[in-house]
Design a protein around this ligand. Structure first.
Ligand code: NOJ
Length: 545
């Protein structure tokens, strides 16, 4: 069984400015984050993914960068970053960071020089002189963007922007731009990071410019070029791609020999997993798993439940999307861009810890690397009064003390408000309270993380879907390590208790050991394994000969 560190990792995603304020100014920072590394080490995660922390006007939560080689002054400086890296290393925790090179901020010195007419920098971006056609159908954020071209009065031309108009796209077809990107990669690798989450990967390599309205095409060789550089600088560094593409396009992002992206966030299975939870049926999940391509041996899927954006349901049919909206975000204010839901996991699942654990168990056992959005491990809620995707980006809730223990600043000084109302009020939902309760989400998830690390079969083994006599209710799959060892994951998608017989693929197994709850070991008769699960229950099972 081939194991690469990232295939058997548990990733935890953090926004530095909402995690822990270390200097009392109301904004999270690297000093605060460093102090909280003991919590993360205790939780058992093995890799942190940091959202953008670069200097930025902060109009898109840091995805509008003005300097790729720095740290936003509110979050600290390079020294604080290095001290954080050092401590993370001491704890055996790796760090990957967001690489946002599809676009810069319009306040980036390159764009300013381009607007002033500097020919070198002019060619760093994508321009057209003539008035563009209507491009409303090409925007990334329907309702918040009117098109993908904006006029620069200074440059007397239109520039291309796939996202907001203050995020001009970089012209990645220009070799000088690609050289800048490699410089950024090399810089952060030298400071010790283990890789990058590649923002908007399909757009980074897309053909841009006036021809964009024609058949789009991508330059996959750019990924090869970046990957070659990455692996040359640091052999075990990885790219985790944000590539929200159709299953038929996914293999190209991995590359035939796995020589492009090491990991891809699976935006296809994600909405189907939620549809399965909405329908209380494994069918949509199984359907999506059968549709995605096999992954090269040296690559891996990245699985997540929620992240810092809206949950994107656009890959579902209209009726399926409607069912998800009804189940998880029935009110207009919970929905976004006509395609998604801007809520956190816990409120989507009605604060039902059992359902939350069921969902986590799915992404912990389907072959891939699980990724946890900070705060979801304690069942944090959202603040729908905040604009667009800001709703899920409120400060981490540590204790019931002022500002949820996030900051010692006065509440007015906080850049983002803490949740101090309703069911998810920090006085009730916080790390300290979760730790004290042995049956809490946090404590059970911590055990799940530990167990997952004990079974690399889930990450790297040969996986197969299994049949049972309750196919409408339970989802079962097995992972084998190739040396006769196998582990099973069983999930009951419906609310009622279920007893079932699972059909194994071989009659060489005699005994089943259940890894969670007090379930007694079971004897296997022939190829049939008898199991029982509570409503929304799950269990993992070690099979022995
Ligand atoms: C994807 C990021 O996840 C999102 O938050 C951001 O707004 C866009 N890329 C633009 O960078």
């Amino acid at each position: 069984m081939v194991t690469h560190w990232f295939k058997n990792a548990v990733i935890y995603c953090i926004d530095v400015d909402t995690f822990q304020d270390g200097n009392g100014d109301g904004v999270g920072d690297f000093i605060g984050l460093r102090r909280r590394l003991s919590y993360l080490a205790g939780l058992g995660i093995s890799c942190i993914w940091l959202l953008p922390f670069y200097p930025s006007p902060g109009r898109d939560n840091g995805y509008d960068v003005t300097d790729y080689l720095g740290v936003h002054p509110a979050l600290g400086d390079l020294g604080d970053f290095a001290a954080f890296m050092d401590e993370a290393n001491n704890r055996g925790i790796r760090v990957i960071i967001d690489l946002v090179v599809n676009h810069t901020s319009n306040e980036h010195p390159w764009f300013k020089a381009a607007e002033e007419g500097d020919p070198k920098y002019r060619d760093y971006y994508v321009w057209r002189k003539e008035k563009p056609p209507d491009t409303r159908d090409q925007v990334a954020f329907p309702g918040s963007q009117s098109g993908v071209w904006a006029y620069s009065r200074k440059a007397k031309a239109y520039y291309f922007h796939r996202f907001y108009d203050y995020q001009p796209d970089l012209n990645t077809a220009n070799p000088e731009v690609r050289a800048e990107i490699k410089k950024v990669i090399g810089f952060w690798l030298a400071l010790g990071v283990s890789g990058f989450r590649v923002d908007a990967a399909p757009f980074v390599i897309a053909h841009k410019g006036p021809e964009i309205e024609k058949q789009p095409h991508e330059s996959f060789e750019f990924i090869n070029e970046f990957r070659e550089f990455l692996s040359w600088k640091r052999g075990d560094a990885v790219f985790l791609a944000e590539a929200n593409v159709l299953p038929s396009q996914m293999s190209q992002f991995f590359g035939e020999r796995g020589d492009r992206m090491n990991m891809i966030l699976n935006f296809f299975v994600n909405p189907h997993l939620f549809l399965a939870l909405a329908d209380e049926s494994p069918e949509p999940l199984i359907r999506s798993l059968l549709q995605v391509p096999a992954v090269p041996e040296n690559c891996q899927w990245g699985y997540f439940l929620r992240n810092h954006d809206e949950i994107d349901l656009s890959r579902l049919s209209e009726m399926e999307r409607a069912r998800c909206f009804e189940a998880f975000g029935p009110e207009k204010k919970m929905q976004l861009y006509d395609r998604g839901i801007r809520r956190r996991l816990a409120p989507m699942l009605g604060g039902d810890v059992q359902k939350e654990l069921l969902a986590f168990s799915l992404i912990f056992t389907i072959p891939g690397t699980p990724i946890i959005w900070y705060g979801d491990e304690i069942g944090m809620g959202d603040d729908l009064r905040l604009l667009e995707r800001e709703s899920v980006r409120t400060p981490m809730q540590w204790t019931a003390e002022a500002n949820a223990g996030f900051s010692t600043a006065s509440p007015k000084q906080l850049r983002r408000p803490v949740i101090d109302f309703g069911e998810y009020d920090y006085h009730r939902v916080n790390v300290q309270a979760e730790r004290r309760n042995p049956r809490s989400l946090l404590n059970r998830l911590e055990r799940m993380i530990r167990t997952r690390k004990e079974f690399p079969e889930f990450a790297c083994g040969k996986y197969r879907l299994l049949e049972s006599d309750q196919p409408a209710k339970i989802f079962t799959h097995a992972c084998e390590d190739g040396e006769g060892k196998a582990v099973l994951a069983i999930h009951n998608l419906c609310g009622e208790r279920v007893a079932a017989k699972i059909r194994l693929w071989s009659d060489t197994f005699a005994h089943a050991v259940f890894l969670f709850d007090d379930t007694d070991d079971a004897e296997i008769i022939g190829k049939d394994l008898p199991i029982e699960l509570e409503g929304y229950g799950y269990n993992w099972v070690r099979l022995t000969a």
